[in-house]
Design a protein around this ligand. Structure first.
Ligand SMILES: Nc1ncnc2c1ncn2[C@@H]1O[C@H](COP(=O)(O)OP(=O)(O)OP(=O)(O)O)[C@@H](O)[C@H]1O
Ligand SMILES: [Mg+2]
Length: 692
């Protein structure tokens, strides 16, 4: 990734910063010819940069023997902190491997130190060359953590640890001082990755798991669909059925709902229920991922790998063995060997495995990415080719479901690639040979909004916000029963019916004002109203970054107006330069700005970020509101203070034109906010006081 100074907005962001430094370089360089040194440096950074970019990091700069990399700026991903820590571990491995194999005497003594920290930064341009970078305490602390890291280790800050939610095994180190911080910083050394974080109890409060609440109706609907799909096993679940061939159809249900509303959790609970019920149920899962959303058949590829228990880092030989043995097991009855070879060949293409047999030393991951790209090149809209894949998948599913109840899980359909969806749709709607399968899909609302035909293909269960009453909150988190009811109620209210928000709020309270059995209700209340839990902020920031430029700009400007906003007010803010993310030098005509913002608002609605509300009393005042207040807060938190000044002023001015007391008082609030933002940007107010 390279920074183009014109395209990244200047923003306040939540980011993870990594510093890595090669130790022992200066001493080694003294003993070598400078040509050798320069070869060594080139070789090292070629590999280390690749490790950073493989983990979606943005290389900020190389400094001497070190590098600074950023996650969360210029764009946020959904698991930036985790990617940064994984990159840190990979960097150490990559340097060791390269130095050992370089053949340069003494190179094997080189070791990497890595520091990673997460927090608020200002992302923008510095210097006469207008280089894009991030600034702030977070950066200083990351650099400090790198300095205290022992050679060959990754040290992370407390915030990063919290963000990775127990995904790594860590060792607590002595607290240390850092530039720009009055308090000591708590470092942790990363010892390794935890594959099953929920089972490990090492991180204490980071791993509080909720009990599922409030989804009884939806759960029962799933049971009903299951019963209809597999009528002969209802009740006893013991006898393998001899299915009548008529009336059999794969049944698909889509759990539809917002980020964190509980789609994955509900399907996981349902699947646990089925697994415990009987071993006649066989479940294979797959999911859409952002990074594979353009790779043909990537969801089916993951499904195939899961079906045969093939792991990402299995060497080719091991994956080959699992693949062939898997087919031996399921290929029973009168089907011919020739057909089997054909099916294996077709599915091998989908799984990206076909060439890997020849090269038993490479891991499957590399093979997969290589064959995925060659697969893409070969992929044309050739009907015969697709037909071959369809027939092979159809055959495989019929075999798997022959004597068992086959349940497929397709989670995160909003990230599905086009070809996977086509294949799934044809499996469900085909008249060919009936197969009995239950398919459970999970999707955020944008999926059905942009793929409306799926309403006809699948049954949709909408997951609505939960009614997070005091009773519900304490049932989901029984150990919080020590809290006063009024406080539990407030916590529930803040989560706005979203169990993911609830979980993050509780985790952040447990870190801050809620320590074990000591409760200070006032402190809890203050924390509740002043802070967005950081993992939540990271998720919502990523969501904002996935929007089109129009929608994102409109969302930022709308956030200045408030949770409820009016088109006229947003346009007024937009006309006061600069637009978020735009260069102030470019003067854009107002009609263009208006069209841009109107388009952005429409897309915000499509992306399920905001709703229009009818009946506004103002002429240019079509009224909207943000779906939840955290979205509004996160959008607002991205805007630099100096820009907030102009936006608030413009909004205040727009409001004063109405002869309405509510608007007059809102206008005064906006004027006040403009003044406060101006003071903050001039350094008059403490930077630690967040403004909402
Ligand atoms: N009904 C519930 N009761 C208690 N906790 C829940 C419930 N539903 C979800 N949770 C918890 O809330 C968090 C978010 O849920 P989940 O991951 O299922 O959301 P999701 O809808 O799949 O979100 P995404 O769109 O991001 O995939 C998880 O920690 C989950 O355990
Ligand atoms: Mg999910």
């Amino acid at each position: 990734m390279s920074a183009n100074p014109l395209i990244f907005p200047e923003e306040r962001r939540l980011a993870t910063v990594l510093f890595a430094d090669v130790q022992g370089f200066t001493a080694l360089a003294e003993q070598l010819d400078f040509e050798t040194v320069s070869d060594l440096i080139k070789g090292i950074w070629e590999r280390l940069d690749k490790a950073i970019e493989n983990h979606t990091g943005f290389i900020d700069k190389h400094l001497g023997d070190g590098v600074m990399a950023i996650w969360g700026a210029p764009f946020a991903g959904e698991n930036d902190a985790e990617q940064a820590v994984l990159a840190g571990l990979d960097l150490i491995k990559a340097l060791d491997e390269y130095c050992e194999s370089s053949g340069i005497r003494g190179a094997e003594k080189l070791k990497l130190r890595v520091g990673v920290n997460t927090g608020q930064v200002f992302a923008g341009y510095v210097g006469t060359r207008r280089e894009y970078t991030v600034l702030g305490d977070t950066v200083n602390v990351a650099s400090r953590l790198e300095q205290i890291a022992e050679a060959g280790t990754v040290v992370i800050g407390e915030n990063t640890l919290r963000m990775v939610a127990g995904g790594f095994r860590v060792h607590r180190l002595e607290p240390t001082a850092a530039k720009g911080k009055t308090e000591l910083v708590q470092p942790y050394r990363v010892e390794g990755r935890l594959l099953f974080p929920a089972v490990d109890q090492g991180q204490g409060s980071d791993l509080i798991i909720s009990k599922m609440v409030g989804r009884e109706d939806e759960f029962n609907k799933l049971k009903l669909i299951y019963d209809r799909c597999f009528p002969h096993t209802t009740g006893s679940f013991a006898e393998p059925r001899s299915a009548p061939k008529q009336g059999i159809k794969p049944a698909m249900v889509i759990l539809n709902g917002d980020v964190g509303i509980g789609k994955t959790r509900l399907s996981a609970e349902f699947i646990n229920f089925l697994v415990n019920l009987s071993d006649i149920n066989v479940i294979i899962s797959t999911r859409g991922l952002v990074k594979t959303s353009k790779e043909p058949f990537s969801m089916w590829r993951l499904l195939l790998l899961n079906c045969f228990g093939i792991l990402d880092d299995d060497p080719a030989q091991a994956s080959h063995k699992k693949w062939t043995q898997g087919f031996e097991r399921i290929w029973i009855g009168d089907d011919t060997q020739a057909e089997k070879t054909e099916v294996m060949l077709q599915l091998g293409k989908v799984a990206g495995l076909s060439d890997s047999w020849n090269n038993p030393d490479t891991g499957i991951e590399q093979e997969l990415s290589e064959s995925a790209s060659s697969f893409k090149e070969n992929y044309t809209d050739d009907d015969k080719y697709l037909q071959g894949i369809f027939c092979a998948i159809h055959k495989l599913l019929s075999l798997l479901g022959k004597n068992r109840n086959l349940i497929l899980l397709f989670d995160d359909l909003q990230f599905a690639d086009r070809e996977s969806l086509q294949l799934l749709a044809s499996i469900i709607t085909t008249d060919k040979t009936p197969i009995r399968i239950m398919i459970i899909g999970g999707a955020r609302p944008e999926f059905l909004k942009t793929n409306t035909q799926w309403h006809n293909i699948a049954r949709v269960i909408n997951l609505n916000p939960l009614d997070l009453t005091t009773e519900m909150v304490s049932r989901a988190y029984p150990h919080l029963r020590i809290l006063p009811e009024s406080l539990l109620n407030e916590i529930g209210q803040h989560a706005e019916g979203n169990p993911y928000f609830l979980g993050e709020i509780i985790k952040s309270l447990l870190k801050g004002s809620l320590h074990e059995n000591i409760v200070d209700p006032q402190a809890v209340r203050e924390q509740l109203s002043s802070q967005i839990p950081e993992p939540l902020r990271a998720t919502l920031q990523a969501r904002m970054d996935n929007l089109s430029r129009e929608a994102r700009t409109a969302a930022l400007l709308a956030s200045v107006v408030g949770r409820v906003f009016w088109v006229g007010a947003v346009l007024a803010a937009a006309r006061s330069t600069p637009l978020p993310g735009a260069t102030p030098l470019i003067k854009v005509p107002e009609t263009v700005i208006d069209r841009f913002i109107q388009g952005g608002l429409r897309q915000m609605v499509l992306a399920d970020l905001a709703f229009p509300r009818s009946g506004s009393k103002f002429s240019d005042g079509q009224e909207y509101f943000f779906k939840n207040s955290y979205l509004r807060d996160v959008a607002y938190s991205l805007i630099p203070n100096r820009n907030r000044v102009q936006y608030h002023k413009a909004v205040a001015e727009w409001m004063t034109q109405f002869d309405d007391s509510a608007f007059q008082s809102m206008a005064r609030e906006h004027e006040h906010k403009a003044e406060t933002s101006a003071k903050i940007s001039l350094g008059d107010l403490s930077k630690t006081k967040p403004q909402k």
